[in-house]
Design a protein around this ligand. Structure first.
Ligand SMILES: [Zn+2]
Length: 239
């Protein structure tokens, strides 16, 4: 239970902070892998608290994310595990609906047209007020992230829906400079060179405890270790 006054059940009429113009609306968050939602987890939870509706689209089941597993596991088994982990996190974050596109993990880049064909009708059906997704840096430089963000932006422009791209916080940048970012790359599929992160122009204060709780659902990805970085803000760039 977070501190402060409870506002559940009442739609927020005016944002608490000018940056929160998109909170309490119909949001579509488009990600590549289960656990990517952690980037905007606090924002999604805040959206729910403000009476908004959140749809989370995840392009893959993350079946290549095996670097933290102690025992070998098949792609099929890991798909099931990671799907359940994301659904559990979504419950904690009060995400209204999770949609999986079932695309191959680490293979989204080569299927850009396929992603566009799958995502466009979903956007048209849901008609979000805002789309949130990766920017051109893909946060970590992962090609799946970059592709998902690029296709989301193309659709957002076509459908005339404003988009906010994830960007790294100054705190995170200090905690994890580009060299460390590069060292963490355990397998291929990253754009060469350090990601060029843009300055944030939208900053959302979030409930870090809820984020931590949701993140703990992704057990297959951190071998039971607690998350290292949890900052009280999430950052975005207006596209
Ligand atoms: Zn990812």
């Amino acid at each position: 239970m977070m501190g402060g006054m409870r506002t559940a059940g009442t739609k927020r009429k005016t944002p608490a902070h000018p940056d929160e113009f998109f909170i309490g609306k119909r949001l579509m968050v488009v990600t590549a892998h289960p656990d990517d939602e952690g980037i905007a987890a606090g924002t999604m939870y805040k959206n729910h608290r403000a009476g908004g509706t959140t749809f989370l689209v995840c392009a893959t089941y993350g079946e290549k994310g095996k670097s933290h597993l102690d025992r070998p596991v098949s792609d099929a088994a890991l798909k099931r595990i990671r799907k359940q982990e994301l659904l559990r996190a979504a419950e904690i974050l009060k995400i209204d609906r999770v949609l999986f596109l079932g695309m191959p993990d680490a293979g989204v880049r080569g299927r850009r047209a396929d992603l566009y064909r799958k995502l466009l009708p979903i956007v048209r059906r849901i008609k979000p007020d805002y789309i949130l997704s990766f920017g051109p840096d893909g946060m970590s430089g992962h090609w799946d992230h970059i592709t998902v963000g690029g296709v989301s932006l193309r659709i957002a422009r076509r459908e005339n829906i404003p988009m906010l791209a994830f960007t790294i916080s100054p705190e995170f940048r200090r905690a994890l400079p580009p060299e460390r970012f590069m060292a963490r790359r355990k397998f291929g599929s990253y754009r060469p060179g350090a990601p060029q992160h843009r300055e944030s122009d939208v900053k959302i204060a979030v409930n870090a405890a809820v984020k931590r709780r949701a993140w703990s659902s992704h057990r297959s990805q951190f071998s039971g270790r607690p998350p290292r970085f949890h900052f009280p803000y999430e950052h975005f760039v207006r596209e």
